[in-house]
Design a protein around this ligand. Sequence first.
Ligand code: AMP
Length: 219
Amino acid sequence: MAKYFVLFGPPGVGKGTQAERLQKELKLAHVATGDLFRDHLKRETDLGQLARSYMERGALVPDDVTIGMVRERMKDADTQNGMLLDGFPRTIAQAEALDRLLAEKGDKIQHVLFVNAPKQVLLERLGSRWTCKQCGKVYNALSQPPKVHGVCDDCSGEVYQRPDDKPEVQEKRINVYLEQTAPLIEYFRGLGQLTEINGVQSVDQVYSDLMKAIERSGQ
Ligand code: AMP
């Protein structure tokens, strides 16, 4: 049976870093809606044009657009064994749509991994986060910079600061999370699907906690 995990948490908590490791271990398709939107931006598709205005402001792209994009992605062959969803769902409407999409395939979410950290920590991390424009790998300018300044270790792509990681948008994104996404915590908790993990630990410790939660969810 296919396995679907949701990696959930506020912006800057380290989902991208953890997803990269989890994906290798679990051998599931990593589906990050932020990455999908950034890919559309790069390719200058209609969807990218539409998403840009929302992303630049740190606002959420409308549910119907986001859900449609995920529905399309779920048709790809690499998702048939399951997915590690990252940054989706971000609203109750998206969570309900995901349930329906999975139910159509006779599947359901196996577990929601909620990585959490206080707002001050998130602001510090977002302020020093740099990202590869090409492959999306995440760096920290202070604690984990690329070996060569501005160049991705993995793919030699350009490492840049995402426009929405700049200070004027950071706070807005965290507030959008608190208002529109945080209600999902109780939603998933109510379904008995959620484990909360302390994101204020080393990358290795967070990863180890995530793996334990994943193992427990399969028992
Ligand atoms: P992220 O890379 O997950 O931080 O996402 C970057 C931006 O893409 C967000 O600030 C939103 O504008 C947009 N975005 C990503 N995922 C979603 C989603 N599930 N729903 C709506 N907008 C999203």
